[in-house]
Design a protein around this ligand. Sequence first.
Ligand code: CTP
Ligand code: MG
Length: 178
Amino acid sequence: MANIILQCFYFMLPVYFANMAPVIAKKINFLKFPIDFGREIKNKPILGKNKTFRGLFFGVIFAIIISYIQYYLYKNGILFDLAMIDYSSWLLLGFLMGFGAIFGDLVKSFFKRRLGYEPGKPFVPWDQTDFVIGALIFLFPIVKLPIDKIMIIIILSFILHIIVNHLAFYTGVRKEKW
Ligand code: CTP
Ligand code: MG
């Protein structure tokens, strides 16, 4: 069981880095404009000012870099037992994981705005799972995981997200605890 959890964690690393990328890249003044171009539906932002092209760009880049590193390790037999998949298609894998993660986050923000939550306000459990669901859906055409692993991934990611966000909050990396 411990081994399966570790495999799930290793599998999800590109997704986790994609999800952290927008926060890490916050200080960079590149593509720093909102994906909804500041537009509104019924006086509410479509996605909100916090969802930028910068976040999308770095999310995809981070996931591709981690996926490449995993391919490199896999090819050289390093951490081979942790790998659940063949990493030969690292570019496609990384792209789908990164784009899927950020897309999931955008879909969440779309519904969050419709329900009237301000950007940055907690929206449990969707803040913790949007990127995971998005990435798994985008990956589905090339990686079909059994349902038990999907459940482990969702629960594990939910717990890790809360721990990492709280750490980021207390170290000043993030402005919100959730
Ligand atoms: N971010 C970004 N581009 C994205 C996603 C996030 O630039 N596509 C940055 C923003 O600076 C944002 C921070 O990362 O404030 C944290 O992201 P997140 O928690 O996902 O967004 P929230 O601010 O909570 O907004 P929402 O309420 O829409 O989830
Ligand atoms: Mg948030």
